[in-house]
Design a binder for this molecule. Structure first.
Ligand code: HEM
Length: 631
């Protein structure tokens, strides 16, 4: 009789490999030769097995319930689990096709013993079909070997590249993956914790990428001021590249003459203070619709996160396109996909030399789908503007952003022509940069205020003192809201909407603080950690807007302990627009309504403030509040 610990029938190699690892400690050790009354007579044509051998597994490639005689591909005897695991991977492609080395010819009873276990789980039909399923293509074999060679290549390169240089300190790296296992799901927090152990200039190896993590104001100044030009590049991010027509948007385009031209257009034409001011009537109109909608939700809990998202998306649509698009919902949905795919660390970005990862992980298909969806909407918008079917609400003197871009396209005296693709990429860029960020700030400001009722009272009395006489919030006096501005700054310090500033790339080898930063390193500036650095902020974790009341610190990236909009050449060009939009909307929310927590949250300090990491750092759970009408 044959006694085998397991019989696998046509089981895939990866299942066997994992199974071996898990079950090794549980099963194999219990099956010592002494415990098994093993008798292998007749098992093999080629070999007589000794009585002391333990059959660890018999892998049957072709079998049916009724055959007494069937080919056995491999029989492993006293074989360690790791050998089996490696063997499974390698031999899968090579040996399976040769089918049997050993032919088992035994009595029917033995065959039943062998097959009993699988038969319990598989139906007769399944077994029959499984027996005929095996075929392996040449391309699969080749892919496997190419993958192995690439991994060896990565390992070799990362070892030789780093062996001689004096890189900044960092956590220990594992072969092949480096520190990927340490970035966690709340990456901004994991990096901050690691920086406390290894220093504010930290080296990490993320797959093939050499990463430098910056976690203090001093180091941020080195990168974004002292050596700004060297770090003004952006690394290639697959999702951003595909979605923005090959990085044709300004945000992800490499530093060079194309970026300079687009940046100039942005600051001199699209987002000038005058143009931001010209969008005042849009703000007013969107806002009054929003306030009316909230009035109607009297008494019932209101998902403020959702409402503010929709408001912010609507507002930026009208600023860019002239009106909310008919495909608004579809566009917003695609935009969520952008934030998710561009924000994370995808395997294909961590191992750029393994092109096939884009396919295996499905990221390319996903971003191409997002790109196509957004392109359709943008194509229609551009066409409608050309045909003048897109209205400007009777304000013919006010150009929206598409109008400006098409005018510049027509003028045509630019070094890099503004093709339709460039126009669409720019629109996509501004939409993604301006919508989610503003909604996120509003969400956190309202959360902090509800959590700190005395500050809510203070800010509301300021807004109402200034605007009660008028009965509405007017942008001309908004600059008088000093406490609200301090609340916004304090919120941006603790909850920067872009917690890890958009990544930079070091374009040539340089030295910072005596450490070598290799060319092509990806530089991650942790604005979240910098805003909470106790070396710069008293009671850094406390929400205390007062600290900004007497301070001259602003958003312009001059003080590196406070950089929610970044700094240097790549600083956010939308600061004015973003701040005006957010201030105006918040002032209205605070002027018109009082806010209280819904049932189930008894004390303000119990409000859940969990963050969810991404390109923008949102609340993990939506903010739901009850509103009480003030006016
Ligand atoms: C309101 C909240 C906003 C926040 C917190 C914010 C934050 C940021 C940050 C951190 C960066 C990266 C800066 C760096 O790499 O140093 C950035 C870049 C950028 N932002 Fe904003 N942003 C906001 C609003 C806007 C708005 C309203 C627009 C325009 C509609 C905009 C357009 C851009 C663009 C185009 C870039 C890329 C700049 C470049 O790479 O040259 N942002 N933003």
């Amino acid at each position: 009789m044959v006694l085998a610990s397991k019989v696998f029938i046509n089981t895939p190699w990866w299942y066997l490999a994992v199974n071996r690892m898990i079950s090794h400690f549980l099963t194999v050790r219990t099956k010592t030769p002494e415990q098994l009354p093993v008798k292998y007579g007749g098992l093999s044509k080629d070999r007589e097995f000794a009585n002391t051998d333990v059959v660890t597994e018999i892998i049957v490639r072709q079998a049916s319930k009724h055959t007494v005689e069937f080919p056995v591909t491999e029989v492993f005897i006293n074989t360690p689990w790791w050998y089996l695991a490696v063997n499974r991977m390698i031999s899968h492609f090579l040996t399976v096709r040769t089918k049997s080395k050993f032919v088992f010819v035994g009595p029917a009873k033995s065959t039943e013993t062998l097959l009993r276990k699988p038969l319990v789980e598989k139906s007769e039909n399944q077994l029959a079909s499984m027996g005929l399923e095996l075929h392996i293509s040449l391309s699969t074999i080749l892919t496997f070997f190419i993958l192995v060679l690439m991994l060896i290549n990565i390992f070799w390169r990362s070892k030789t590249k780093n062996s001689n240089s004096k890189l900044p300190p960092g956590p220990k790296k594992l072969p092949l993956i480096g520190n990927i296992h340490q970035i966690g799901t709340q990456t901004h927090m994991s990096l901050a914790t690691l920086a406390r152990q290894h220093g504010p200039l930290m080296h990490m190896q993320l797959g093939e990428l050499c990463c430098i993590v910056v976690s203090s104001a001093e180091m941020a100044k080195e990168v974004m001021n002292t050596h700004d030009i060297i770090f003004a590049n952006r690394p290639r991010v697959l999702a951003a590249d595909v979605i923005t027509y090959g990085s044709k948007g300004m945000t992800f385009s490499p530093y060079g003459s194309y970026w300079r031209q687009m940046r100039k257009i942005c600051t001199m034409e699209l987002l000038t203070p005058k143009r931001v001011e010209s969008f005042r009537s849009i703000r007013l109109q969107e806002l009054s619709d929003f306030v009316k909608e909230i009035y109607l939700s009297e008494g019932s809990p209101l998902n403020l996160t959702e409402k503010m998202n929709s408001l912010s998306y609507g507002l930026i649509s009208r600023i860019l396109f002239g009106k909310r698009t008919e495909d608004q919902e579809a566009y917003e949905e695609h935009m969520k996909g952008v934030v998710e795919t561009v924000g994370g660390f995808s395997a294909s970005d961590l191992y750029p030399s393994i092109g096939i990862l884009q396919v295996i992980t499905g990221i390319r298909t996903r971003v191409e789908k997002i790109h196509k969806g957004m392109d359709r909407v943008l194509q229609n918008i551009v066409r409608d503007h050309r045909d003048k079917t897109f209205g400007t609400f009777g304000e013919e003197d006010r150009e929206n952003i598409v109008d400006v871009l098409l005018r510049l396209q027509k003028n045509g005296d630019l070094e890099h022509p503004l093709s339709d693709t460039v126009v669409k990429a720019t629109l996509m860029d501004l939409f993604s940069a301006g919508s989610d960020t503003s909604a996120t700030i509003m969400d956190w400001v309202m959360s902090e205020l509800v959590k700190n009722p005395e500050m809510m009272e203070k800010v509301q009395s300021e807004v109402r003192r200034i605007f009660d006489g008028k009965g509405y919030v007017d942008e001309t006096e908004i600059h008088e809201l000093k406490y609200l501005r301090a609340v916004m700054k304090e919120t941006l310090r603790l909850h920067p909407p872009v917690p890890l500033l958009l990544p930079r790339e070091c374009s040539e080898k340089c030295k910072i603080n005596g450490y070598e930063i290799p060319a092509k390193s990806k530089v991650i500036v942790n604005a979240w950690a910098i805003g909470r650095d106790p070396n710069h902020w008293n009671e850094a974790e406390k929400f205390d807007p007062e600290r900004f009341l007497e301070s001259s610190i602003d958003y312009k990236g001059g003080e590196f302990e406070f950089i929610p909009f970044g700094a240097g050449r790549r600083i956010c060009p939308g600061i004015n627009l973003g701040i005006v939009n957010v201030e105006f909307l918040l002032a209205n929310l605070l002027f018109h309504f009082d806010w209280k927590l819904p049932q189930g949250i008894n004390r303000p300090q119990d409000l859940d403030m969990t963050e969810s990491f991404g390109l923008t750092m949102k609340r993990k759970h939506d903010l739901v509040l009850i509103r009480i009408t003030h006016l």
